[in-house]
Design a protein around this ligand. Sequence first.
Ligand code: FMN
Length: 173
Amino acid sequence: MGIDKLFLERRSMRSFSNKKINKETIIELLNAVRLAPSAVNYQPWRFFICSTDEIKQQIVKSYPRKWFEGAPLYIVACADKSQSWKRSFDNKDHGNIDVAIAVTHLILKATELGLGTCWVCNFDESILKEALNLDNVLEPVAIIPIGYPTEEISDESPQPKKRKSIEEFTEWM
Ligand SMILES: Cc1cc2nc3c(=O)[nH]c(=O)nc-3n(C[C@H](O)[C@H](O)[C@H](O)COP(=O)(O)O)c2cc1C
């Protein structure tokens, strides 16, 4: 799929069929993550691939929403603060930026493979950390529910996107 079509096709999907996602497909998504750029190429991320009922129930407790319960797979993307690059002038940690880029790769690849995804950051961090038994250096950045879209919302023509105009977010100098 060309990149412009991919940009239009990708949208937040909040309804999934219960069809499972096979391991080869998940590996394709993770290969897209591997190719993401990162500060100093440190690749300071850790991805948790969560598909058992037990772990999924724990994850849902961190973001209890009806639509969120139905995903066959959740991928939790974490920044590893022990590996991330910190800018020398002010110690700014770039781990979250790197993980956001990696997640964007994953999501665009998922779109190309016909999968629906949604960024979820509005979770209770302490519940999520406990569910995954996360080490202190790992900061959960996003939960990505992934699944095949249900038929009613997987129509061929992408919905128009509500976005700012270019003028609204640029300064030309
Ligand atoms: C960093 C980030 C965090 C988000 N967190 C949530 C969330 O917690 N729950 C949710 O339903 N959607 C969440 N979204 C999805 C946005 O609402 C969505 O991307 C935006 O409304 C644009 O719609 P679109 O993705 O369909 O183009 C998040 C998106 C981003 C990029």
